[in-house]
Design a protein around this ligand. Sequence first.
Ligand SMILES: NC(=O)c1ccc[n+]([C@@H]2O[C@H](COP(=O)([O-])OP(=O)(O)OC[C@H]3O[C@@H](n4cnc5c(N)ncnc54)[C@H](OP(=O)(O)O)[C@@H]3O)[C@@H](O)[C@H]2O)c1
Length: 375
Amino acid sequence: MSLALSDPRASALAGPAAWRAALRREPPRAQVLLLGVGSVGSAFLRRWERLASLPELRGLRLAGIANSRGELALAPGRDPLAAIAQLAASAVESTSSRDGDLLGARGTRIVVDATASDAVASSHAAWLARGIHVVTACKLGQGTSLERWHAIRRAVERSGARYDDAATVGAGLPLLRTLRELRRGGDRIHAIAGVLSGALGWLLSQYDGSRPFSDLVREAARRGYTEPDPRDDLSGKDVRRKLLILARAAGFELEADLIAAESLLPEALAALVPGDVESALELLDVPMRERLDAARADGRRLRYVARFDIAGARVGLEALSPEDPLAQGGGCDNRVTIRSDRYDERPLVVQGPGAGAEVTAAALLDEVLEIARRR
Ligand SMILES: NC(=O)c1ccc[n+]([C@@H]2O[C@H](COP(=O)([O-])OP(=O)(O)OC[C@H]3O[C@@H](n4cnc5c(N)ncnc54)[C@H](OP(=O)(O)O)[C@@H]3O)[C@@H](O)[C@H]2O)c1
């Protein structure tokens, strides 16, 4: 999709024809295509603008941006933030961003995936096979079927293109990197345990019984901590994907159905259409209060924990002793413990903000800059 050059909106942007002509005039540089301009994608563009004076960024060109309905080619030097509004205003159907067409066929090419789209994730391996680097916040590339995960790994090995997934778990915290470095150093990973959901971490650290759980879910949604439909967090599906990505990076090629996931959703709430969920959140209150009272009776704290060890992989609600590292901290922090050959008796602990558009976007741009540096 492109805006016609005669269109007055094309003053800030130009369509593919103008863009291709500009490319012919200038030698090809590294090209970046941003898919998804929601919370994370727009934070990425703001950061790009803020850091524009970095030498690596000066060597990069933002070739285009896309949302679910279309894409825009950006002429060199155009304002990408203005482009978001133009993209939103245009309702032209297009699927060509999935082919990476806007990146052309030469030079260093990078796709940044800031969508939650399965269709986009299903193209990761094909882009990599064509030598296009993929930098992703979307968990659906490596957190779904083992077949897709293998296809991505194979394409990386054959083409040498980079696949960066730091933003998929812990929003860029040094988790996947640490697991891979430990393995490169000869360690076997024995166990991983963590609070991997910013939304559930916040909800459970706030929940002391003074307010109904449904009240807190509404507040978390208002603060932007939950997914648009909070059931995506409360079902444990998102945490299961994250644990799958961590376990695979740790060397264990698990299929998703090997991870048992406990949903916090009563059946009646799980069955509702999205529009009816908000007014029915009270269905959570009695079962969650029962879990809280039982945990407190033992002097324990409720946390939604993902675990992977010799006994298997599971995600669910646990009552933890207050001394447990996973029971510490607050807010939207992620907390993860890793046991390996060298960290056997006492685990390595990684903790920090594990959600939020700004930290996620920073992790995506870090990798784009790294690719530019290595070019
Ligand atoms: N927000 C966070 O704190 C956070 C942290 C870590 C990771 N993530 C991950 O980052 C990704 C983006 O999250 P977000 O919060 O920014 O989501 P969001 O605000 O819902 O934005 C998603 C964007 O993707 C676009 N999109 C959907 N399908 C597309 C397609 N087929 N082609 C091109 N664009 C498409 C959407 O376009 P429309 O507007 O047209 O639908 C929208 O611009 C997700 O995978 C999320 O899990 C988010």
